[in-house]
Write a protein that binds this ligand. Structure first.
Ligand code: AGP
Length: 606
């Protein structure tokens, strides 16, 4: 997510602003910038890339001297990372920094262009800046009030006006914004870490309340311009804890962000309850006359491809396969010009996945990237790209990125099914309605995290573990096994439940933990008998199953039931206890959960 910092006081504002941006780096970003009031003018300096690039630019171009300024770290949503797309965005009268998405920016941009405004960037935030300018006639409050009434979407914004050199205005809707209360200085920020070096006292800005922040005064106004009281809170966290939102690790924070991330990925892609990829310029022709779909990726992204295959074959009746990118790139795959290669990648920079993309393009095959990082190599080189809505994923072990990848898999399969007639419109609408219910079902599972934590205590000394399932449950067990391995360092493997007896079951001995995923109703009893095979040989079983499906009492297994949903969508629910199990087991073993040994967040080498 983007990071906002603003400062008004007696210190050199550039020092405070840069310090605040560094404290917000954990949020992930791809560019940064500052705007400072200097000699009754606004000086703006901004740069693509790390904060160090901005700092170098400031040294080279000269640091503005002033006591009032705003600053921003950008996580690109509209327009790829670049100097010109970085914030702040300005007009002759003002500068603004913004976190959120202006959904009607295209319409507003057209109106502003018709009034003679010229745009320099591809961002929705520049539309906000010029809209504020359009409404500005010397009354800053009025300009902000009119602008927030005109925009649709989410925003947290800080605005400075040249005519008011010692004032910062702030207002938010959906995206968070706080006001730090210091001595002869005040701040605005997206999150607590940015202010903790200056004060622990802050105000949580309410929706659509406009704050006027000066060095010795903070006033809040409602939409009728009436001054309203505010409550002062005191931060309890230190900086590191605050960066994790109070969670012990980024991974746990990101596990709990999944319901919101899933919703943020699905909701903008539903139009009258039907899947729509208009916003990503994906033509329906892409789904017509497909010979075969190849899901090509690595690690967790490849596991998301397994779910994509299942969804495309079951919903859209399109033959699909999943390939490990490092295999695909040297396999001389027998691609047909009517194939579609879907590259799934959180970072968009994984070397093997990028190489697979380039190979497919060399063979004249259409390529679609499903990517979380805007402006990444895969996003730029694929013929088509869909950006997932996970926001920055800081922990090396992927959780919310997987969840939003699944959301896109479901929507793509449903769009394809609608386009090729595999499903009726009413059936697709019913599936989309169920998709909208998933975040609440996820929350129900996450609310029971303590149950999984208790189970983890029994696993912390295990040396080997098995994850088994049939069909899509086997696909999810692959992800559960990887999560456990990569952060707890316990050896585990995922196995097709029906295949165990063909050799591997010889590894089952007294107390071997076996985690079984059994959500597919038509396979439930089969999976139960496979679980029995392991338990009779001494295994300790944990079974993830649907509410309402009881296991035979003699199985003596630990169970965790999950809300019922469509078969294709069960991975979005059954993966949650597996992620939590891996997380709590790794914590109990004292592992570095967010930065596991030997691993990198993005594997940009072969
Ligand atoms: C997932 O937990 C791992 N960190 C790793 O397998 C990762 O999914 C894989 O390296 C692919 O990364 P990408 O999604 O950025 O391409």
């Amino acid at each position: 997510m983007c990071g906002i910092v603003g400062y008004i006081g007696e210190q050199n504002s550039v020092d405070v602003l840069l310090d605040g941006l560094h404290k917000l780096e954990y949020r992930g970003y791809d560019s940064a910038g500052i705007a400072v009031v200097e000699n009754n003018d606004i000086k703006v300096v901004k740069a693509k890339g790390r904060l160090s690039f901005l700092e170098e630019k400031l040294e080279k171009e000269g640091r503005p001297e002033g006591f009032c300024g705003i600053a921003h770290t950008r996580w690109a949503t509209h327009g790829e990372p670049s100097d010109v797309n970085s914030h702040p965005h300005s007009s002759d009268n003002l500068s603004v920094v913004h976190n959120g998405i202006i959904e009607n920016y295209a319409e507003l941009k057209q109106k502003l262009e018709a009034k003679g405004y010229k745009f320099l960037s591809q961002t929705d935030t520049e539309v906000l800046a010029l809209l504020l300018d359009y409404y500005y006639d010397g009354d800053s409050f009025e300009a902000i009030s009119k602008a927030i009434r005109a925009v649709k979407g989410s925003y947290a914004m800080g605005v400075i006006f040249k005519d008011e050199p010692e004032t910062i205005y702030a207002v938010r809707k959906d995206s968070p914004l706080i006001i730090g209360l210091g001595d002869d200085e005040n701040l605005i920020a997206s999150d607590i870490p940015a202010i903790l070096s200056y004060t622990k006292d802050y105000i949580l800005l309410d929706e659509d309340v406009i704050a006027k922040v000066e060095k010795n005064s903070v006033k809040l106004y409602n939409s009728d311009r009436e001054e309203i009281p505010y409550e002062v809170k005191t931060a309890q966290w230190d900086i590191e804890a605050a960066q994790k939102g109070g969670y012990q690790h980024f991974m746990l924070k990101e596990i709990f962000e999944q319901p919101a991330a899933f919703g943020a990925t699905v909701m903008p892609r539903l139009d009258k309850n039907l899947p729509s990829f208009v916003s990503s310029d994906i033509p329906d022709e892409l789904f017509k006359n497909i010979n075969r779909v190849y899901f090509v990726a690595c690690g967790t992204a490849m596991h998301a491809g397994l779910i994509g295959k299942f969804a495309f074959e079951k919903l859209a009746k399109i033959s699909s396969e999943v390939d490990i990118a490092s295999e695909f790139r040297y396999d001389e795959p027998m691609l047909d010009k009517n194939d579609l290669v879907i590259i799934v990648s959180q970072s968009g920079e994984t070397a093997d996945s990028l190489a697979a993309l380039r190979l497919a393009k060399e063979k004249g095959v259409k390529t679609l990237g499903v990517v979380n990082v805007i402006g990444s190599s895969i996003a730029r080189e694929a013929d088509y790209v869909i950006h997932t809505g996970a926001g920055p994923e800081i922990a090396v072990a992927s959780t919310k990125a997987y969840t939003v990848q699944l959301a896109i898999m479901y929507l793509l399969a449903l769009r394809a099914a609608l386009v090729n007639g595999a499903l009726s419109e009413s059936k697709v609408k019913a599936y989309c309605k169920e998709l909208k219910s998933l975040p609440d079902k996820m929350l129900k599972i996450l609310d029971r995290a303590e149950e999984i934590k208790k189970i983890a205590y029994t696993l912390q000394n295990a040396e080997n573990m098995f994850f088994i399932g049939r069909g899509i449950d086997y696909s999810v067990s692959c992800e559960g096994s990887l999560k456990l391995k990569e952060i707890s360092y316990i050896h585990s493997e995922s196995y097709a439940a029906g295949e165990l007896k063909h050799g591997t079951i010889s590894l089952i001995e007294e107390n071997t933990p076996v985690v079984a995923v059994a959500t597919q109703e038509h396979l439930f009893l089969k999976t139960v008998s496979n679980i029995k095979e392991t338990v009779t040989r001494g295994a300790r079983a944990l079974v993830i199953h649907n509410e309402g499906f009881e296991l035979p009492s003699e199985l003596a297994a630990k169970t965790f039931d999950i809300p019922v949903t469509e078969n294709c969508f069960t991975p979005s629910l059954s993966v949650l206890p597996l992620q939590l199990l891996a997380y709590y087991t790794a914590v109990l073993r004292g592992c570095d959960v967010d930065k596991p040994r030997n691993l990198a967040k993005s594997v940009t080498v072969e």
